[in-house]
Design a protein around this ligand. Structure first.
Ligand code: UDX
Length: 439
């Protein structure tokens, strides 16, 4: 099938490359000519394991191309995916739908023949129905244009696998005019459907809410264990052992129960805020007030890390602090709402000299926090440091040797913001080890 993917950011690039991998002919569209040129030359503008290989293979096979021209996309395909960003509005909780609206307003007037548009971006419930009405009003093909919603659940770092082998496929369609969307989706995802991956057909609102609630649940699970970590800290209990013990209960499950610096990234923080804002608009404000607490618990972990660092230094004035990790999680160069950079920035504001090192996220970090100092290795970041903070659990940090780092630091204090080190190994080597929610 010929498919156009509108918006080649993180989600769109992955989706376009993986649809080509699933056997379709795909045209990716982005308004940024620069991004299009990079993708056309086989370069992925962000770090995602395995994606460049899939991109290049399909570019070479001629099954994947990129353009900035909406006219070309409209001539090429009758099936579209909308994968533009829905960032948080400045100074508000709500999502900014400017990119989604602009994409529909530009594409729809070019649709002269029947078309199906699948939205993938995370949007406030009610957006899909509104976009359907708008697209049909603007398109010469009118009623022959269907807007359906196909939420995306991929995780950064596992994006290719999550797209080609999803846990489930959800297609939301307009109950009053179901149109061809379900049949088209079955054709697009024939491969995963053959592998018996659950395929759920819902109404538009349910599909939109599936995505918002999945992210809200994951954020809640992380904040739940981080709240318990706070209690562990005042009782001497160990949250890592506790998480193992409760995680053996299949009803609870161990995944997303790792206490630490908390969640960041381009999805969970902004999505729970947008979800609260939308519930408020719909008069269901009280239903989601607990998410405000989820957000508060998450932010308190960052403050706690700053406090632990201050305790280690005595005073931040004249202190040197090493921060290992800048990405919001390992195997990603994404620094959006990263707990690591937030903590590093707070410590610097309070007067310490902060050296940051991350294996992949240095360029993005420099662009976002130009005033922090950056180094080219973990050891360099730790030179002369009074305290080392491990804030993103990259494998290379898990493998650090306490004796190697001990030789370069000024004070042997390590704060394990992801509870990924063995406390005994560090303490045996003469370090003061502090985890989160650990004695
Ligand atoms: C998330 C959802 O998992 C995905 O389904 C959705 O499509 C997009 O948002 P992603 O942002 O890639 O994916 O990251 P994820 O792996 O979910 O991690 C989010 C954050 O939570 C990271 O900062 C991570 O460090 C943190 N986290 C995760 C914890 O603090 N503890 C955990 O136990 C798990």
């Amino acid at each position: 099938m010929r498919i156009a993917v509108i918006g080649t950011g993180y989600l769109g690039t992955t989706h376009a490359a993986c649809l080509a991998e699933l056997g379709h002919e795909v045209l990716g569209l982005d308004v940024s000519a620069d991004k299009v040129a990079k993708l056309e030359s086989g370069e992925v503008p962000f770090y995602e394991p395995g994606l460049e290989r899939v991109l290049r293979r399909n570019l070479a096979a001629g099954t994947l191309r990129f353009t900035s021209d909406y006219g070309e996309a409209a001539r090429f395909a009758q099936t579209y995916f909308l994968t533009v960003g829905t960032p948080q509005k400045k100074g508000e909780y709500a999502a900014d739908l400017g990119f989604v609206d602009a994409a529909i307003d530009t594409l729809a007037p070019l649709l002269t023949s029947p078309a199906v548009i699948f939205g993938k971006s995370t949007v406030p419930v009610g957006t899909a129905a509104r976009l359907g009405t708008r697209a049909r009003a603007l398109a010469p093909a009118g009623d022959d244009v269907d807007v359906a919603w196909n939420p995306e659940f991929l995780r950064e770092g596992y994006a290719v696998n999550d797209t080609v082998h999803p846990d489930r496929i959800v297609i939301g369609v307009d109950r009053d005019r179901p149109g061809r969307a379900v049949a088209v989706a079955r054709e697009i995802y024939a491969d995963p459907i053959d592998q018996e991956i659950p395929f759920l057909v819902t109404d538009l609102a349910t599909a939109e809410l599936v995505k918002s609630s999945a992210n809200a649940f994951l954020a809640t699970k992380i904040s739940f264990i981080n709240a318990i970590a706070e209690v562990c800290e005042v009782t001497g209990a160990d949250v890592t052992v506790l998480a193992d013990a409760i995680g053996y209960d299949a009803r609870i499950g161990r995944r997303f129960l790792s206490a630490g610096a908390g969640f960041g990234g381009g999805c969970l923080p902004k999505d729970i805020r947008a979800f609260m804002a939308r519930a408020g608009e719909l008069g269901a404000n009280e239903a989601l007030t607990f998410l405000r607490e989820v957000d508060n618990i998450n932010m308190r972990r960052r403050t706690r890390l700053v406090e632990l660092a201050r305790e280690a230094c005595g005073s931040f004035l004249g202190a040197r602090v090493a921060v290992l990790g800048a990405a919001f999680k390992p195997d990603s160069d994404d620094v959006r709402d990263s707990p690591a950079l937030n903590v590093a920035g707070q410590i610097q504001l309070q007067g310490a000299a902060v050296n940051v090192y991350d294996p992949k996220a240095m360029d993005n970090s420099r662009a976002l926090f130009p005033t922090l100092s950056y180094t080219t290795s973990a050891a360099e970041a730790c030179e002369g440091a009074d305290v080392v903070l491990l804030l993103t659990e990259w494998q290379e940090f898990r493998e650090l040797e306490p004796s190697d780092l001990g030789a370069v630091v000024r004070g042997k204090w390590i704060i394990d913001g992801r509870n990924c080190l063995d406390p005994r190994q560090w303490r045996d080597s003469g370090w003061t080890y502090r985890g989160l929610g650990r004695p």
